[in-house]
Each structure stands twice: as structure tokens, then as C-alpha cells.
Design a protein. Structure first.
Lengths: 179, 207
């Protein structure tokens, strides 16, 4: 059964088709959520939330874009909104578990690794999202533009500025990365 | 750094960043666990996710926001009796000029968010889009300036930047549902409360 048929059946409420759509896309959605969140529990929550919203709105999906693009747009929106709430809570309320966020990262990373991770963490949200989607997850600028609702040129500009900021922040380590 | 250095850096960056927030090698996507949670949430007609994660502290935050709003209201009613030139954010670490620019910017942003909230997610509004674009440029300039070094102010600028980008993402062809997804009204309310808390009481700053 192709995606169009699956979609038609899922839009009619067929649970088997819904599960098939989930199985087809869940790995990439989860990996994207994990890249953005850096935390297994949050990635799980964002993935679940994204699929719930997607299934709720499936009837309105007209197929103007690929289903995967539509799902990624929802995932990014859910993740960014969720991360903003978590960040705010970390700032305004001392959550008991706040220190555990991001704890899935290996603790034995070398200095360069830690500096890079910290520099990526400090990028403005828009730059960080485009950078992670393009350079880390391998999305094309066309896919990013469609998923984030921005022009292809804007995606390219944000990637350029993200790299420039990382270059500035890691300039003192030039010997390490150019070796 | 010359062009070939830039190219080498970009190549290194692409390889090195592959490990950023990567799933641990032996980690598995918890497919079944997530599917059960999705099915249960849909059956119960509720949305799980971060709403569950933050329920308790969010109540506290909401209560704090209400108290803050009442405080601001009282402050504005009595604004003629106080020095309206003093920001609620400490400017000690920020040169005065940047502090003034930041305050004017936040005043303009407050008006913008209010206008967006009243626009009922209408299709692309050129005036709003142009305003958003101008504010986005200024927000990014301020983020890169000493005004962005204050952590609380920086967080506010970053959230404002995200909202502005989202407003600029709206297109005529999008469905209302998608626009509502992009522009979370709760998000606007929270941002507005924080903007008001950081704008001095009294008449708006003249530009």
C-alpha cells in the first residue's frame, strides 16, 4: 500500500493505517526531537505530542507537501514550544529534576566536544534549529524551509550565521580543528 | 581566518557536530511505549507531553504571573508618583545607551505582541509582517550587543525572536489550524506579561 492510500485510510479513521504511518515516520521524528531536546524523556514527550496533534489534524492535511515534511513541521513546533517552557521553568522555578536535563550526553567528552556542544546550545533558537536540521540531521534547505515555514534563502542565511557564530566562539581552538 | 580555513572549519563542524545530542549507540526508539501513550491519550481525549511534565510548577508560574500583572497595574496607576525612567531589570552591567535602546525596543515589542494577539491569526498582514521584520532585526542586533549580556533580558529577547520568526512564517496558503499551531496564544500571553514586567511604567518612550 502506498503513502497516498495509507493516508486516505488513516483520514477515514482506520487504526491500522494510522499505525503504519506511525511506524514509517516515528524513528526520524524521534531522532529530530532528540537532537533538539538532548534528553530522552523530553524527546519521547515531544514525539508523542507531535503524533497526537498530527492524527488530530490528519483530516485537514491536503497533501500539498510530503507527509514527512508536515510531520517534521509539527515536531519542530512542538519541540520548540516545549523547550521554551522547560527553559523558562529552569530559570524561574528551581525544578528538582532540572539538573538532569541533557544528562544523556556522555560525561567523558573531551574539551573540544564540550566546547562545541556549549557553543551550539548558545545559538539563538532559529539558527540552532536550522543548523541541527541541515548539518546534523541532513535535511535539505528546501525541506527545512517547508518544515519551518521560511524561505529557502532564509534557511541558508540562518545556517551561514550559525556557522559564523560557532566559528567565532571556537576561534581559540583553531589549532584543534584544523589539525 | 581565510576562505580555506572557513571551508576546513565547516567540514570539521559537520563531522564533529554529528555527536551533538545524538542518540547513544545502543539506544532504541521506544516505539511501543510511545504508541501506547499516544493511544491512551487519544482515547482519553487529552494531550500529553510537556503539559504533563510541567503541570505543578506551571500552576505556580501562572499564579506568579497574575501577581505580577496586578503589581504592574498598581504601578501604572501610580506612575506619575514614581520615577518612570527606571527599568525593572538591573542595568548595572549594561552601558546606559544600550539599556535605553533595549527598553524602547521592549516597549515597541509589547505593542507588537498586543497587535498580534488581536489579529485573530488572520492571513498574512503586510503591516504586521513588516513590523515583525523590523523588530526581528533590532532584536538580533540587541542580542549581539552588551544589552544581550543580561541573562534575563537575553532570555526575553530570544523568546521574542522566536515569536517574530513564527509570525514571519505565516503564509496565505496555510490553514488556520497550522497558523494556530505556529502561534500559540498562551505563548503570546506569557511573553506579553514578561514584556510588560520589563517595560517601565508611565508614558511610552519616545523614539
Amino acid at each position: 500500500m502506498n503513502e497516498r492510500e495509507l493516508l486516505t485510510r488513516a483520514q477515514a479513521g482506520d487504526p491500522v493505517a494510522e499505525r503504519a504511518i506511525y511506524d514509517t515516520h516515528v524513528d526520524r521524528v524521534y531522532r529530530l526531537a532528540f537532537r533538539l531536546a538532548g534528553d530522552a524523556e523530553l524527546a519521547k514527550e515531544f514525539t508523542q505530542d507531535a503524533f497526537i496533534r498530527a492524527f488530530e489534524r490528519l483530516a485537514t492535511f491536503r497533501g500539498d507537501s510530503a507527509l514527512s515534511t508536515w510531520l517534521h513541521a509539527i515536531t519542530v513546533s512542538v519541540a520548540l514550544n516545549g523547550l521554551r517552557k522547560v527553559r523558562r521553568l529552569k530559570r524561574e522555578v528551581q525544578l528538582e529534576h532540572a539538573e538532569s536535563l541533557g544528562s544523556d550526553r556522555p560525561r567523558s567528552d573531551p574539551v573540544l566536544r564540550q566546547r562545541l556542544d556549549a557553543a551550539i546550545d548558545k545559538l539563538p533558537t532559529g539558527y540552532r534549529t536550522v543548523f541541527l536540521m541541515h548539518d546534523v540531521q541532513g535535511f535539505t534547505h528546501e525541506e527545512i524551509g517547508a518544515a519551518l515555514g521560511i524561505e529557502v534563502g532564509t534557511s541558508k542565511a540562518q545556517l551561514f550565521r550559525a556557522r559564523a557564530r560557532l566559528r567565532e566562539r571556537l576561534a581559540d581552538l583553531a589549532g584543534a580543528w584544523s589539525a | 581566518m581565510n576562505t580555506s580555513d572557513d571551508d576546513r572549519f565547516d567540514t570539521w563542524l559537520k563531522e564533529a557536530s554529528a555527536g551533538y545530542n545524538a542518540l547513544p549507540p545502543n539506544a532504541q526508539v521506544p516505539r511501543e511505549e510511545m504508541w501506547r501513550a499516544i493511544a491512551a491519550a487519544r482515547a482519553a481525549g487529552r494531550t500529553p507531553g510537556v503539559t504533563r511534565l510541567i503541570r505543578t510548577p506551571w500552576t505556580l508560574a501562572a499564579a506568579a504571573a497574575v501577581l505580577l500583572a496586578v503589581g504592574i497595574g498598581i504601578g501604572r496607576m501610580t506612575s506619575d508618583k514614581v520615577d518612570s525612567g527606571v527599568s525593572t531589570l538591573p542595568d548595572s552591567a549594561v552601558p546606559a545607551t544600550y539599556g535605553v535602546a533595549a527598553t524602547r525596543h521592549l516597549t515597541s515589542a509589547e505593542a507588537f505582541v498586543t497587535a498580534v494577539r488581536m489579529s485573530s491569526y488572520a492571513p498574512r498582514d503586510t503591516a504586521i509582517q513588516r513590523w515583525a521584520r523590523d523588530l526581528l532585526t533590532d532584536t538580533r542586533l540587541l542580542l549581539d550587543s552588551p544589552a544581550g549580556e543580561d541573562q534575563r533580558r537575553r532570555a526575553l529577547f530570544e523568546d521574542l525572536e522566536l515569536l517574530l520568526v513564527q509570525v514571519l512564517q505565516l503564509e496565505d496558503s496555510r490553514t488556520t489550524d497550522t497558523n494556530e499551531l505556529l502561534l500559540d496564544k498562551t505563548q503570546q500571553d506569557q511573553l506579553l506579561t514578561r514584556l510588560r514586567a520589563n517595560v517601565p511604567a508611565g508614558p511610552p518612550a519616545r523614539s
